[in-house]
Design a protein around this ligand. Structure first.
Ligand SMILES: Cc1cc2nc3c(=O)[nH]c(=O)nc-3n(C[C@H](O)[C@H](O)[C@H](O)COP(=O)(O)O)c2cc1C
Length: 132
């Protein structure tokens, strides 16, 4: 499944690069109002006090029907607001929060994420088959 991500200071970009996924798209100020034609998993950092970065909000306004899951980066120094953009997106669009990770993630975080994206693809395929 496509992984769409936004990175305001490079942490999520490093996480995604290290995960070596095949189908990714980085949201920027220039493309955040583009309409996609396939489902995706969103990965984003958290800004403000537990907020969803603005380009991610803009992107989701247009593409929210295609989001299937979310993962979020943050920093535990932010206490209750740690990676809260993930929870916010999960609740607003009713999709699972796959995981929260700190800054650019550890090796374990990356392997957990790859695993979950893989399972997600499998589960989706199973659903497709069952719906025939
Ligand atoms: C202005 C600012 C506000 C932030 N607010 C939060 C926050 O509320 N909660 C949190 O967990 N992390 C917060 N962070 C940390 C970032 O979410 C974290 O560094 C993340 O890895 C950024 O990912 P990115 O560089 O790929 O966008 C904040 C960082 C900045 C610069």
């Amino acid at each position: 499944m496509k992984v769409v991500y936004f990175s305001f200071s490079g942490n999520v970009r490093r996480f995604i690069t290290r995960a070596e996924l095949k189908n990714t798209m980085e949201i920027t100020q220039n493309n955040c109002t583009e309409r996609l034609d396939e489902p995706f998993i969103m990965v984003t950092g958290t800004i403000g006090f537990g907020e969803i970065p603005q380009p991610v909000q803009a992107f989701l306004e247009i593409n929210h029907d295609l989001i299937r899951a979310v993962a979020a980066s943050g920093n535990r120094n932010w206490g209750q607001n740690f990676a809260k953009a993930g929870r916010a997106i999960s609740e607003q669009y009713n999709v699972p929060l796959l995981m929260k990770f700190e800054v650019q993630g550890t090796k374990e975080d990356i392997s957990e994420f790859k695993d979950k994206v893989g399972h997600f693809n499998e589960d989706n395929r199973r659903e497709e088959i069952q719906s025939y």
